[in-house]
Design a protein around this ligand. Structure first.
Ligand SMILES: Nc1ncnc2c1ncn2[C@@H]1O[C@H](COP(=O)(O)OP(=O)(O)OP(=O)(O)O)[C@@H](O)[C@H]1O
Ligand SMILES: [Mg+2]
Length: 258
């Protein structure tokens, strides 16, 4: 496996040229939950296309279906109807094993609540996806150290999650999402539990992954201002439907050579 740092320049302005191949395509996707007599249309016929290498924010009020849609694209859940194609793979056609491989190799995910394993050190948390991918021990150690260095946590490598600040824990989660070199980063309110300065540090890292690794980013957020600062496209959901789709010029990169 190639070293992470082979293709990692330190930061922008070394940008990966944008491609126009579709990274994600959904066609009339629905996800209905049945609760007794009631049917909740959490995702209610969403068709969208996201280019590989893009940085897209998914906005909408609480209950609008953002996490439900993200979980479908992540392969954590299956749609009630409709299709989802990611990097050329039609998720509905994958076997359970192939879907597990997809989650392991194609997608990196971060959540509002970090979801680290408390009994494991930073290093053990980050190398876990490599263990699942059966990468050999020496390579695992090297790749996880590189990912940890990339998020600036080399000095905390043997700490447990409870010995870290919230921002540091989210950086560990980012290193874990990055370690398998996935094409797609799905982030569900990644700064939701952080103060704004710490959140900005996390967003700068995600932005850096997008620019220097060419990772497609799809990020859920409540905060329009955060989305406008970083995303190149804003997609709005309401009641499980796509209600607006707008290009955006991220304000935080103004002045940075693209
Ligand atoms: N497992 C489930 N079973 C039943 N209903 C669910 C389930 N998961 C989500 N829902 C419902 O689906 C709708 C969409 O939920 P979802 O979590 O996708 O919203 P969201 O936009 O992410 O909201 P928030 O901003 O609060 O995180 C909500 O009405 C929710 O109650
Ligand atoms: Mg949510």
């Amino acid at each position: 496996m190639a070293s992470l740092n082979d293709n990692l320049a330190p930061a922008a302005p070394t940008a990966v040229p944008p491609t126009t191949a579709p990274g994600i395509r959904t066609d009339n996707v629905t996800r209905h939950y049945t609760m007794g007599e009631a049917t909740i249309r959490a995702v209610d016929g969403i068709s969208l296309q996201i280019d590989a290498g893009d940085f897209v924010a998914l906005l909408g009020s609480s209950g609008s279906g953002k996490s439900s849609l993200l979980n479908l694209i992540a392969g954590l859940d299956r749609p009630t109807s409709g299709s989802i194609v990611v990097q050329g793979s039609d998720l509905a056609k994958l076997t359970r094993l192939e879907l597990a491989q997809y989650r392991l190799r194609t997608v990196g995910m971060v959540f509002q609540s970090f979801n680290l394993i408390p009994s494991m050190t930073v290093h053990e948390n980050v190398e876990l996806p490599l263990r699942f991918a059966e990468v050999d021990r020496r390579e695992r150690a090297k790749l996880s150290r590189e990912a940890i260095e990339r998020v600036g946590l080399a000095a905390r490598i043997d700490h447990k999650p409870t010995q870290l600040s919230g921002g540091e824990q989210q950086r560990v989660a980012l290193a874990r999402a990055l370690v398998n070199q996935p094409k797609l980063l799905l982030a569900d309110e990644p700064t939701g539990n952080l103060d704004s300065k710490t959140g900005t540090g996390i967003m700068d890292l995600i932005d850096n992954f997008n620019r220097t690794l060419g990772m497609t980013v799809l990020m859920v957020t409540h905060e329009r201002s955060l989305a406008e600062r970083y995303a190149r496209r804003l997609i709005f959901l309401a009641d499980g439907k796509l209600v607006a789709d707008e290009p955006n010029i991220p304000t935080h990169t103004q002045g940075v050579r693209q």
